[in-house]
Design a protein around this ligand. Structure first.
Ligand code: DSN
Length: 410
């Protein structure tokens, strides 16, 4: 990045440092990934210059002939990848995508049923401090207290009682497969619409390793940067009958000019997701998550909902007499990143928490396999058990540094 180096050495140096941080640390943050270089080239391209409010063929700006082709390619690839009737690839993020569905389908005050943040949902699924919980009447469901899994019968009861206009399925911190057919049945029992937020599992869905929500949901929202491994951004899939309303909700409803550079990056990411090696990558994400989870079980840790079927799981640290915050900070000191996470019915505040969330998309992008997962679990356990021993922590940090050198990323 020679031009940047000449024009702004401060930012250039910080980007270099961030590159080094990404290279030299073990990152288990379940929602992050290493965005591939071809995608980053599209995102860093001259397409950032172009205003293109509107949609292909009906823009509010001249000179859109090439960005129209780019957005058409992105939409078509997205529809093919997920076998969807309509795709809107303009949302700047997953939150914007969720907001657009609410804006299209609901009136302020309408009732929506969704999973609580504590049980694994997302802020935009009706948390009181979020716009969603402010403008709409969200009723949150929890996972079952014993199994810590989604309790479809309990959701049916809540839905029968509250008769929501919309049901939201999908989660940010839930390690089991979600039964979208069951959600459809529950929605149909009261004539509700169904939205699935598949942001976390989009890559697994693209590779047919998690059941697709597309046949069942009226709307599917997602980000592009998690398991899917694209640029930072969002998109919405919907049935044809909702296409015009969804498009209007995104622009002019919520956003102005789309980020055409990011849309090009999304198009490249969808293309990469159609290549045969992508399925193998997604399979390895799951194998790695299961190997990591198994090793933690062997080391005496409790897993929320016992198993993982996807790319992540939550460790319940209460039996280790540790909070999520303490664990996150200890691990950061040896260059291992996880994030503190609430567990269902968490006695701790969301800032402290009783759990940590671990995910394998990033390490799998660096071609790590089950053997490395077992090693990482052992280091994490040693660090947490010896969190007040600076010598042990220093030794572990050195080991992490050496280990990372063997797994570069592009
Ligand atoms: N912030 C994301 C996550 O970490 O899961 C959700 O948007």
């Amino acid at each position: 990045m020679e031009a940047l180096k000449r024009a702004d050495s401060a930012i250039n140096e910080l980007i270099d440092k961030e590159f080094h941080r990404l290279e030299s640390t073990i990152n288990l943050i379940a929602s992050e990934n290493y965005c591939p270089l071809p995608v980053r080239e599209a995102v860093g391209s001259i397409l950032t210059n172009k205003y293109a409010e509107g949609y292909p063929g009906r823009r509010y700006y001249a000179g859109c002939q090439f960005v129209d082709e780019i957005e058409n390619l992105a939409r078509d690839r997205c529809k093919t990848l997920f076998q969807a009737e309509h795709a809107n690839v303009q949302p700047h993020s997953g939150s914007q995508a969720n907001a657009a569905v609410y804006f299209a389908a609901l009136k302020p005050g309408d009732t929506v049923v969704a999973m609580s943040l504590k049980s694994g949902g997302h802020l935009t699924h009706g948390h009181p401090i979020n716009f969603s919980g402010t403008f709409y009447n969200f009723i949150n469901y929890e996972v079952d207290e014993q199994t810590q899994e989604i309790d479809y019968a309990a959701i049916q009861q809540i839905v029968t009682e509250h008769k929501p206009k919309l049901i939201v399925a999908g989660a940010s911190a839930y390690s089991r497969s979600i039964n979208f057919a069951e959600f459809r049945k529950i929605a149909d029992s009261v004539g509700a619409l169904l939205m699935v937020d598949m942001a976390h599992i989009a890559g697994l869905v693209a590779a047919h390793l998690h059941a697709s929500p597309v046949p069942y949901a009226d709307f599917v929202t997602s980000t592009t940067h998690k398991t899917l491994r694209g640029p930072r951004g969002g998109f919405i899939l919907c049935k044809k009958e909702w296409a015009a309303q969804i498009d209007r909700a995104v622009m002019p409803g919520l956003q102005g000019g789309p980020f055409m550079n990011v849309i090009a990056g999304k198009a490249v990411a969808y293309h990469l997701a159609m290549q045969p090696e992508y399925v193998e990558y997604q399979k390895q994400i799951i194998r790695n998550a299961q190997a990591l989870a198994n090793e933690f079980r062997n080391l005496g840790y409790d897993l929320v909902s016992k198993e993982t079927d996807n790319h992540l799981f939550i460790l319940d640290l209460r039996s280790k007499e540790l909070t999520g915050k303490e664990a996150e900070e200890t691990l950061e000191s040896i260059d291992i990143y996880v994030n503190r996470n609430t567990i269902p019915f968490d006695p701790q505040s969301p800032f402290v928490t009783s759990g940590i969330r671990l995910g394998t998309p990033m390490l799998t992008s660096r071609h790590m396999k089950e053997e490395q997962m077992r090693q990482i679990a052992i280091w994490i356990d040693q660090a947490l058990q010896n969190r007040n021993d600076e010598n042990i922590l220093k030794d572990l940090k050195d080991k992490v540094q050496l280990f990372c050198q063997q797994f570069p990323f592009e």
